[in-house]
Design a protein around this ligand. Structure first.
Ligand code: DC
Length: 250
């Protein structure tokens, strides 16, 4: 747990207000997969805000030019090619109406995305897109600034952290599907620490977030913790369940 001032939580929440679970944390802390799993268990929708920054970066890469000369207006212009398609449990980002999952998770996008995510006008575009798709639904949203900027009044805020070595190891196991060597983990740790530094200004723990260090937790343990906290919120929402689309005071 952290030393944040506990938020004022009323005993019974407004039954018409949709629940937002905000999950923030650094790269490879397991935010997106955890958020997806939590959303599934709660029957909430999942919104991966990082995927939008990635899709905009991929669209800008397609447009060409030296990345260190990308202007903010040129990035904002291609952001309009990006949209979110609703799926049963969340959203997939599309570029010009088509899925580009492999492209947005690739090395080139991963290298350039921090540059795009630092542009204020781009952040505003992403934030309004995330708020728009979340409206009228119970959601689990993951990113870097969800609990501080995008949904500062989210009923549950989680900040996930893990030791960089452990994060690097998990990432490699996922990527290589085998046990990585210590040298490989050391190299990946170095890359992650550099990414953390590039994303540091955006990655902010809200004062009322629950800090969960996942270094010694399995993914299912972290999911269970968050689900239990979220059930604490939904149980205070009151007996009446709002009809989708009618509610939405945020
Ligand atoms: O979580 P990720 O690796 O998919 O995020 C991609 C990039 O987007 C990374 O540079 C951090 C940035 N990001 C951000 O600045 N704010 C968010 N809410 C989500 C992601």
């Amino acid at each position: 747990m952290n030393d944040a001032t506990p938020p004022y939580v009323p005993a019974v929440l407004d039954p018409n207000r949709k629940v937002v679970v905000a999950i923030d944390g650094p790269a490879a802390s397991g935010k997106s997969s955890t958020a997806q799993w939590v959303a599934e268990k709660l029957a909430f929708r999942h919104v991966d805000s990082g995927a939008l920054y990635r899709a905009i970066t991929a669209a800008r890469l397609r447009a060409g030019g030296q990345s260190d000369e990308w202007s903010e207006p040129s990035v904002l212009a291609v952001a309009r090619q990006v949209s979110l398609r609703p799926t049963e449990r969340g959203f997939i980002p599309l570029i010009k109406g088509e899925s580009a999952e492999g492209e947005i998770r690739g090395g080139e996008v991963t290298r350039e995305v921090s540059r795009v995510a630092r542009m204020q006008a781009v952040r505003e575009w992403v934030n309004s897109e995330v708020r728009r798709v979340a409206e009228g639904h119970d959601v689990v949203v993951d990113g870097r600034d969800i609990g501080t900027v995008v949904f500062p009044d989210a009923q549950l805020k989680i900040f996930l952290v893990a030791d960089p070595w452990e994060r690097a190891k998990r990432r490699l196991v996922q990527r290589l599907s085998r046990r990585p060597t210590d040298a490989e983990i050391a190299e990946e740790t170095e890359r992650l620490v550099q990414r953390d530094a590039r994303d540091a200004t955006q990655t902010v723990q809200a004062r009322d977030a629950v800090l969960i260090d996942t270094t010694y937790l399995t993914q299912s343990e972290q999911v269970e913790r968050i689900v239990a906290l979220a059930r604490g919120v939904t149980s205070r929402r009151g007996a009446t369940s709002p009809v989708d689309g009618e509610a939405g005071s945020r």
